[in-house]
Design a protein around this ligand. Structure first.
Ligand code: CP
Length: 326
């Protein structure tokens, strides 16, 4: 694999390679030096056309831990403010010797378009999708998978550990690129995936829309307009941010009403397995998707672990792509 644009076509073997490689980098990160020379001389450009805190910083840190040189770009301080196009921006970074472009954009398909242009030019530049519109966020899907699998078996995180587990994904699924990447990886693992959201944020045709021409996996994907059936005996609860910036007014429930019906609290977790864990990709609307005290409680919350896992998983992606091992 030359580019990572989506998890839709990831194979079970590829998931396991990423999980195992991330586990080995997690070990490297626990050492005092924290650094390996794997990508020495390579250039990783973070081209973020949309704001980010954790994805951009953890890709930068991951590249530095692999001894690559990093370039950081933000559209608001770039020559795009003078009219330069996205493709011309990418070609400018190509001309500086970039080997891997990490791309985030508010529109779906921009990383794909840049990857196609690089392929058309016949250059060996890889493109990593760091989140495109409502389409996908593959590195987030992989770090969520790694967070869960390495909690179950830290020494040997692997896809099969999730087989038969019940995982609830709760919140603004309609606008969530994270949910789409999570759905691909969790379905591939054999987990039972239960989606729960208000009808305005989770149309009943959602599963057909995701799977397009493929059949919806029987017995693996369930859609609920109430929270309770999704939480019943769940092993993991993945909460999602209400993406107000992508909503028209009629889609947005009041935040108080949303929290009352779909916000995750200690009381609502009583329905889940006793050792249930809660995830959120961040940024969090504190007290809306998840109660503030639960968010900060390490007994239940994996939110900080997700951020920590992000560095090792992004090291794995950069290493596997940069060394041509995917
Ligand atoms: N989860 C995530 O993508 O966060 P950022 O927008 O801060 O990168």
């Amino acid at each position: 694999r030359h580019h990572v644009l989506s998890l839709a076509d990831f194979t079970a073997a590829e998931y396991d390679i990423v999980l195992q490689t991330a586990a080995s980098f997690q070990e490297v990160l626990s050492r005092r030096t924290k650094k390996v020379p794997a990508l020495q001389g390579q250039v990783v450009a973070n081209l973020f056309f949309e704001p980010s805190t954790r994805t951009r910083s953890s890709f930068e840190l991951a590249a530095k831990r692999l001894s690559a040189d990093t370039l950081n770009f933000a559209a608001s301080t770039s020559s795009m403010t003078k009219g330069e196009t996205i493709l011309d921006t990418a070609k400018t970074y190509l001309a500086m010797g970039t080997d891997i472009m990490v791309i985030r954009h508010k529109e779906a398909g921009v990383p794909n378009a840049i990857a196609q242009e690089m392929d058309r030019l016949g250059v060996r530049v890889s493109v990593l999708n760091a989140g495109d519109g409502q389409h996908e966020h593959p590195s987030q899907g992989l770090l969520d998978l790694f967070t869960i699998c390495s909690l179950i078996d830290p020494a040997n995180p692997r896809l099969e550990l999730l087989k038969g587990k019940k995982i609830a994904i709760v919140g603004d699924i309609l606008h969530s690129r994270v949910a789409r990447s999570n759905i691909w990886s969790l379905i591939a693992s054999g987990a039972q995936v239960h989606l729960a959201a208000p009808p305005t944020l989770l149309p009943k045709f959602f599963a057909e829309y995701i799977f397009e021409d493929e059949p919806v996996p029987p017995g693996q994907l369930f859609i609920h307009w109430e929270l309770e059936p999704a939480l019943q005996n769940a092993d993991f609860v993945m909460t999602l941010r209400l993406q107000k910036e992508r909503m028209t007014a009629h889609l947005l429930p009041s935040l108080r009403e949303y929290h009352q019906l779909f916000g995750i609290t200690r009381a609502k977790l009583q329905r889940c397995q006793p050792n249930v864990k809660v995830l959120h990709p961040g940024p969090v609307n504190r007290g809306v998707e998840i109660s503030s005290d639960l968010m900060d409680d390490p007994e239940f919350s994996l939110i900080q672990s997700q951020v920590t896992s992000g560095v090792a998983v992004r090291m794995a992606l950069l290493y596997l792509i940069g060394s041509g091992k995917t």
